[in-house]
Write a new protein. Structure first.
Length: 433
């Protein structure tokens, strides 16, 4: 079973690689790893660690919240990943094993350009070949088969004519050899016919595979594995990067996935309650003994092959039992209440997308005036603590991606949006006021 923790670990690794690329490009890197320095020299300016981190976090959210909750986000990421793979032929993770570290890169770029051009020409030729219709292939096969039959017939007639001219005595040694030779010639003709028939079958199968809708393996349906806290943490990481990178549509889809996860958890809880009531009813009807169909001592560990997703045990299932409390987890899920940090970043995404400015501004103002968001804690600030210069720079870089949103970072994001979108005259004056 895949785990969302593995994708979170990969996302953390991308953050570290992104930091190493940044300080390498700034000329302040003190990394002594020989092979890693060679990789940085070649890929530090082209390696898109942010895109890889975003994909890893999206996979983590899918595994934590379930495939059903993240349908729209998965479709959006699939399309984006295809574009990313097409534009990034070199994955950037390879290591150059050449002996000369300081070789001129222009030769390598020229070679890469020629290689890419050759790949494009080969791909175009393959595409042109695949466009040949099945009717044309069948007509070409029939033409080749008829020509082969005519050649075989002519060759066999010439063989018989020559045998007749030899005037051999029937039953003699020469006559028997001639008969065997004729049988070998007929078998050779049959082998030739079978060969072109097999070639035609292979072409048909290749064409069917090229146009088959099942070229890509079917994506497995994954049920929810993470608790509400896990899902909200992962969603916060994705939203933070979406706001920084201007991927506002992705941020909105992430919030929709979280709300869909809330609905799935409520439906899952209600199904479990109904099942428990049926068990209790059956127990009372049978004098305290449950029916044979209800098994309390079985837990389904095969999550992917399970037909009942309710068999999965999540860490916060017991908290949902507190259904009478108006401030419990069940009430929050039913109401669709998001943490203030997520609501603030969601408001920024709505502003960036446009079309819902009024709702986004109201939500943003409530978040700014809320007491749940810190303005700027001097005690917990990296600038007020004593760190070595290199470590302090790493912590600042890391916190910019994983630290919780506060009012200062929220206002900084708004300032960036105002700077990048001066054409919008509706909400900018309101925010400045």
């Amino acid at each position: 079973m895949e785990s969302y923790s593995c994708y979170l670990l990969y996302a953390d690794l991308m953050v570290r690689i992104g930091y190493e690329c940044q300080i390498w490009n700034d000329g302040t890197s003190h990394n002594r790893a020989y092979m890693f320095k060679r990789w940085l020299r070649k890929h530090s300016r082209t390696f898109d660690w942010k895109e890889r981190r975003l994909q890893a976090l999206s996979f983590a959210l899918e595994l934590a919240a379930g495939t059903t909750s993240c349908t729209k986000l998965i479709a959006w990421m699939e399309k984006r990943r295809e574009e990313f793979e097409c534009s990034d032929n070199d994955d950037g993770m390879g290591v150059d094993t050449g002996a000369d570290e300081d070789a001129d890169t222009s030769t390598a770029e020229t070679a890469d350009g020629k290689a890419n051009e050759g790949e494009e020409n080969a791909g175009q030729a393959k595409s042109d070949a695949s466009n040949t219709t099945a009717f044309d292939k069948a007509r070409a096969y029939e033409k080749e088969r008829i020509e082969l039959l005519i050649r075989n017939k002519v060759g066999l007639n010439e063989f018989d004519k020559k045998s007749k001219e030899m005037n051999l005595v029937e039953g003699s040694h020469m006559h028997r050899n001639r008969v065997k030779a004729r049988e070998a010639l007929v078998e050779k003709h049959r082998d030739a016919i079978r060969e072109i028939a097999q070639k035609m079958l292979a072409n048909v199968q290749e064409t069917a595979n090229l146009h088959s809708p099942h070229d890509k393996p079917a994506k497995k349906h994954v049920s929810a594995q993470g608790s509400c806290a896990n899902v909200l943490d992962i969603a916060g990481l994705i939203l933070n990067q979406c706001v920084q990178c201007g991927l506002y549509e992705c941020g909105a889809l992430v919030v929709q996935s979280v709300l869909s996860y809330f609905r799935e958890r409520i439906a899952r809880y209600e199904r479990r309650v109904v099942k428990q009531k049926e068990i209790e009813k059956s127990r009372h009807a049978n004098n305290g003994i449950a029916q044979a169909g209800f098994r309390f001592d079985q837990i389904n560990f095969d999550v992917e092959g399970s037909e009942d997703e309710d068999d999965n045990i999540l860490s916060d299932d017991e908290e949902l039992e507190d259904s009478n409390s108006t401030s419990g987890l069940l009430h929050l899920l039913r109401s669709g209440i998001l943490p203030t940090q997520l609501k603030a970043m969601f408001a920024l995404c709505l502003l960036g997308m446009g079309g819902q400015d009024h709702v986004a501004l109201n939500c943003l103002e409530k978040a700014i005036h809320s007491t749940e968001l810190e303005s700027w804690s001097e005690e917990n600030s990296t600038f007020t603590k004593k760190y070595p210069s290199d470590e302090r720079r790493w912590i600042i870089f890391q916190e910019s991606l994983i630290a919780p949103v506060n009012k200062l970072s929220l206002l900084a994001s708004v300032a960036d949006m105002i700077q990048n979108d001066v054409k919008n005259d509706f909400w900018i004056p309101r925010l400045l006021d």
